[in-house]
Write a protein that binds this ligand. Structure first.
Ligand code: ARG
Length: 483
């Protein structure tokens, strides 16, 4: 073992311990092989802490300079893959501190003044998660843009809207895609809320009760960018709470789960639309796979996996909630178990969002500078499907209401008309005027435009409705918002 001042560690923690840890217990308690991922946050936190210690005259300028130089070297070593992570040193914090002391001696040993790994790890996870939230919000913006682009190309494409997966009313495919834009916009907004509560500083809470050194916690918060919209330092206000609660991680997992649930709903639709029975869309071959036995198959693996991975992310949320449940104040080692679910949630969500942006909107072709290879739509198949299932029956009822019938009577009249159309195997728009007039004498020739798919869409010219004019207005709003 190279990190000399911790050489005792492989034997026992301190003079207090009479026997060394067994290898099994070492492996069981160590977290370095997953929490080394926090190294950048750990170093940023240490630098901010050390700089404040010096400003408060708790350590000397020479010590600060040593710490800064040592941590810079360690960053370089980790980036170059030259840093030796040691299981014996348990976690990312002890590994870095040991190396620092090896490099700069006593200055390294002074870094931990007024600090505990309890407030250190809580700070690291918050800093790390804050950066990841920012990346995820960017990815959500990119996905929304892909959806808006695709929606804009398909404002006038009509597909059957379903309720209960039964044909209900015709809708614009653009309108349908914009429903998901709304969901992903809320997901981004939710993550913004989570970010605000994540971006608060635990350091200074020390092990659990605060510290006797005159630390300037607000200064550390400002150095680390833990400030609110008004630029005020955000510092956890109770030391017991600061080191022990992981509600920010749970909240993040909840927001990630909701986002994945949205993704899984979209995935389910893509899978249905791609099946031969719908034949509405195709996605690029690179998002599909073949079958080892059935040569004709092209399976929608990416949407299916996204649907499946939603279970995993929701599972992590349950894991974190259960991890926190019943923990007494303050820090308990249980909390070390927060990292793997959190890391996996972030990785899964980021990959999924990246893949979906590309699958929906395509990729820039460097030769043409244009996006290619997104969802391709079979307009005829969609419209044919919308023409089956009497999707404009509500429009006939609305027509009769305009002629003075109470809505309930109109509803009943149209039910008779639909029954007759089914019996003749035709659409409502294919019933001759005389037949329609048999159901209600006020029906005139001007009923036919109302019974067309396009007429049905145009009629829903209300804020949030599917009329192409409304869809265009929504696209303009999203473009302003998304930049
Ligand atoms: N690796 C630990 C964690 O992830 C760091 C904090 C350890 N604190 C302690 N008192 N053992 O939570």
């Amino acid at each position: 073992m190279s990190h000399n001042q911790f050489e005792q560690k492989s034997q026992a923690w301190s003079a207090l311990f009479s026997e060394p840890m067994s290898d099994l217990v070492k492996r069981y308690t160590a977290s370095v092989f997953f929490d080394k991922r926090l190294w950048q946050a750990d170093i940023a936190g240490s630098l901010a802490h050390a700089e404040m210690l010096q400003a408060q005259a708790i350590i000397s300028s020479a010590d600060l300079a040593g710490i800064q130089q040592g941590l810079a070297q360690i960053s370089g070593e980790i980036e170059a893959g030259a840093f030796e992570w040691e299981l014996d040193l348990e976690d990312v914090h002890l590994n870095i501190e040991a190396r620092l002391t090896q490099l700069v001696g006593d200055a390294g040993k002074r870094l931990h003044t007024g600090r505990s790994r309890n407030d250190q790890v809580a700070t690291d996870v918050r800093l790390w998660l804050r950066a990841e939230i920012d990346l995820i919000v960017e990815l959500l913006l990119a996905l929304q843009k892909s959806l808006v682009d695709t929606a804009e190309q398909h404002i006038d494409v009509i597909l059957p809207g379903f309720t209960h997966l039964q044909v209900a009313q015709p809708v614009s495919f653009g309108h349908h895609l914009l429903a998901y834009v709304e969901m992903f916009a809320r997901d981004a907004e939710r993550l913004g809320d989570v970010r605000r509560r994540t971006n608060r500083l635990p350091l200074g809470a020390a092990a659990l009760a605060g510290t006797s050194y005159p630390l300037d916690r607000e200064r550390v918060a400002r150095t680390l960018g833990m400030v609110d919209e008004q630029g005020r330092a955000c510092v956890c206000q109770n030391s017991l709470d600061a080191v022990s609660d992981r509600d920010f991680a749970i909240e993040f997992s909840a927001a990630a789960s909701i986002c994945m649930v949205h993704i899984s709903r979209f995935s389910e639709e893509l899978i249905l639309w791609m099946s031969q029975n719908f034949g509405f869309i195709r996605i690029a071959d690179r998002f599909t796979t073949g079958s080892s036995i059935m040569p004709q198959k092209k399976n929608p693996d990416v949407p299916e996996l996204a649907r499946g991975k939603t279970g995993r992310v929701v599972g992590h949320l349950m894991g974190l909630l259960t991890l926190m449940k019943g923990q007494p104040l303050a820090y308990n080692k249980d909390n070390q178990e927060d990292k793997e679910p959190l890391f996996d949630t972030v990785d899964t969500l980021k990959d999924t969002l990246r893949i979906f942006s590309e699958m929906v909107g395509g990729q820039i072709n460097p030769a043409t500078g244009r996006k290619e290879g997104g969802i391709s739509v079979n307009r005829e198949a969609m419209e044919q499907a919308a023409l089956r299932g009497y999707a404009t029956a509500t429009d006939l009822a609305d027509y009769l209401v305009k002629k003075g019938l109470p809505f309930r009577d109109a509803h009943e009249t149209v039910a008779h008309a639909v029954k007759a159309a089914i019996a003749h195997g035709v659409d409502l728009s294919e019933l001759p005027l005389a037949v329609l007039q048999g159901f209600n004498a006020s029906i005139e020739k001007d009923v036919y435009p109302c019974l067309s798919l396009r007429g049905s869409l145009d009629a829903r010219n209300i804020l949030g409705g599917t009329a192409p004019a409304q869809v265009r207005a929504q696209i303009a709003r999203h473009r302003m918002r998304l930049g």
